[in-house]
Design a protein around this ligand. Structure first.
Ligand code: DNO
Length: 345
């Protein structure tokens, strides 16, 4: 297991120099932030990012993410050109020696929460989700009021996208994902890049949009759409753990035995009701995810890929990007390494 840490580039309040001081962290997870969705990633920009991270004494171990353009997910005719661009980016990442690419296939919205600073009993704040609150969010004004997403849409664009997805069902999403993978997996395989899809977060439909990467059968199906080791998953314990139906260790054993787990996101969530949860500190005792059992499964499949502590709470007065402060994620990195060492000796 290689402990990594997400870095959002030079605008990230958490500097590479600070990340370098977290014991055991030798690699970072990052992305280019200046490229339009759908455009191929320029080689020079990738090289600059790699060099910047290298100078800080770290390495770029995972790219998270190259976003998938909505036209690809919608199966629009423009997708062929966009998929070509995606393949170009993969080839360039391979040339730069980046072994893993994390991406997702969620329609319009990435991870979704209804609260970004939910107070916990200890005085910290965490991200929270309550499906009943979601219904109260007004999308007619675009995503302006919504928390934390990488992509913002004005009212008109968002309205157009929502309409376009309206008549699409899950099976059509699967077809569009298969079409994409049939083209990008061969590119990834020859570029020596492992593709790692991030599960939908939370793992159920939001705003009436189809979400398909939500559970064990879906992850198995995904890996078989194009049955090649380059076609794998980012196993996110928090996203998948938000649903009590997901048996995380069993899912890991099965995917891991087929070498399809390429990246681990470790965080904990406490399920507090039907489609309701909030994030917690990483250790097992605080949430519904039994991290030790997750790690036992990883040991049993000899997992040796990258892992990062996912979202942390805001603690010690820190202000920052929701979920991505320094302190609680650093505590998470230490907990996860301690658990790993204790388990593997
Ligand atoms: C949330 C992240 C996700 C993830 C993307 C991958 O904090 O785990 O935004 O980066 O879904 O494409």
């Amino acid at each position: 297991m290689k402990m990594s840490f997400r870095w959002f580039g030079d605008d990230d309040p958490v500097s590479l120099e600070y990340i370098r001081q977290i014991p055991g962290v030798r690699s970072v997870v990052s992305a280019l932030t200046n490229v339009d969705v759908g455009a191929p990633w320029p080689k020079d920009d990738i090289d600059r990012l790699v060099a910047r991270i290298d100078t800080a004494g770290l390495e770029l171990g995972v790219v998270e993410s190259v976003a998938v353009h909505e036209d690809i997910k919608l199966g629009r005719p423009t997708r062929d050109r966009l998929i070509d661009h995606y393949c170009d980016s993969i080839v360039r990442l391979g040339e730069a020696g980046i072994p893993v690419l994390c991406y997702n296939f969620m329609p319009i919205f990435d991870w979704t929460r209804t609260e970004l600073a939910m107070p916990l009993a200890d005085g910290s704040t965490a991200l929270g989700y309550d499906h009943r609150q979601l219904a109260r969010i007004d999308l007619s004004k675009g995503t302006g009021d919504l928390p934390g997403w990488a992509t913002a849409y004005d009212a008109e664009t968002l309205g157009g996208l929502l309409t376009a997805y309206h008549d699409m069902d899950e099976e059509q999403m699967w077809e569009h994902l298969a079409y994409f993978l049939e083209r990008v997996v061969p590119a990834a395989a020859s570029a020596n890049v492992k593709l790692a899809i991030h599960p939908d977060d939370p793992p159920w439909p939001v705003f009436g949009l189809p979400r398909i990467i939500t559970n064990g059968p879906a992850l198995e199906r995904l890996t078989r759409l194009v049955d090649h080791p380059a076609n794998g998953v980012t196993f996110c314990t928090g996203s998948l753990g938000a649903s009590a139906d997901n048996d995380l260790p069993a899912m890991l054993r099965s995917l891991g035995a087929r070498r399809r787990v390429h990246f681990m996101h470790c965080r904990n969530v406490r399920r507090t009701g039907e489609r309701q949860f909030h994030e917690t500190p990483h250790p097992s005792e605080f949430g519904s995810v039994d991290m030790l059992e997750v790690f036992r499964a990883l040991r049993d499949v000899s997992y040796d890929g990258p892992m990062r502590p996912d979202h942390g709470r805001m603690i010690w007065g820190e202000r920052g990007r929701p979920g991505y402060g320094l302190y609680d994620r650093a505590l998470g990195a230490m907990y996860l390494q301690g658990l790993w060492e204790g388990m593997s000796r």
